[in-house]
Design a protein around this ligand. Structure first.
Ligand code: GRF
Length: 201
């Protein structure tokens, strides 16, 4: 039976688009039941509309504080009744209540080889550190930032002439393959979380 996935995105949504296209090609046995965004200006909204995916906007800037925003986001997530929430460029940290509410049901894509370079500007952090390879990581989300059990990683060679944009662009191409692949594995029941280790069955 097809799984129900919901995507959280805050901006451009190119990873979301890669998911939409993989579903169109029937590479992922799932239906996308919602795009949830904190940003009414997100280009991801147009991508959802074009694909006929329902959009739920929980506008972060309309809430007086993060403490007020989080319950609204939690309620929206509960309402869509998804088997999996995919954070595809969702630029906020999920609060503890949300993390507790959906254990093992949230995955995130990060543009570095975790556990290195967590948080924002991961590609610039990698350049500043002088690493020779970087890449992307899909991982389950737990209470710690960018630190949950790792599902898939892909490597990208760092070139001498790279700047943040050029490295980000090369990593992004791998993100667009890695994230749909991780979602497929989840939806086919092939991911087993064993402590920190994700076993691919
Ligand atoms: C990606 O690089 C993702 O890894 C990071 O934010 C970026 C989002 O890009 N978390 P997009 O919105 O999917 O195009």
């Amino acid at each position: 039976m097809k799984k129900r996935i919901a995507v959280l995105a805050s901006g451009r949504g190119s990873n979301f688009q890669a998911i939409i296209e993989a579903m169109r090609r029937e590479q992922i046995p799932a239906t996308c039941v919602a795009l949830i965004t904190d940003n009414p200006e997100a280009f991801a909204i147009k991508r959802a509309e074009d694909a006929g995916i329902p959009v739920k906007i929980i506008d972060y800037s309309s809430f007086p504080s993060r403490e007020m925003y989080e319950p609204a986001l939690l309620a929206a997530m509960q309402k869509v009744n998804a088997d999996l929430f995919v954070l595809a460029g969702y630029m906020r940290i999920l609060g503890d209540d949300i993390v507790r509410a959906f254990p093992g049901k949230r995955m995130n894509i990060h543009p570095a080889l975790l556990p290195s370079f967590t948080g924002l500007h991961a590609q610039q952090q990698a350049l500043n550190h002088g690493v020779k390879v970087s890449g992307c990581t899909v991982h389950f989300v737990d209470e710690s930032l960018d630190c949950g059990p790792i599902i898939l990683q892909r490597c990208v060679t760092v070139r001498d002439e790279d700047d943040e944009d050029s490295l980000a662009e090369r990593i992004l191409k791998h993100e667009h393959q890695c994230l749909p692949e991780a979602i497929r594995l989840f939806c086919e029941g092939k991911l087993m979380i064993d402590g920190r280790i994700v076993r691919i069955l």
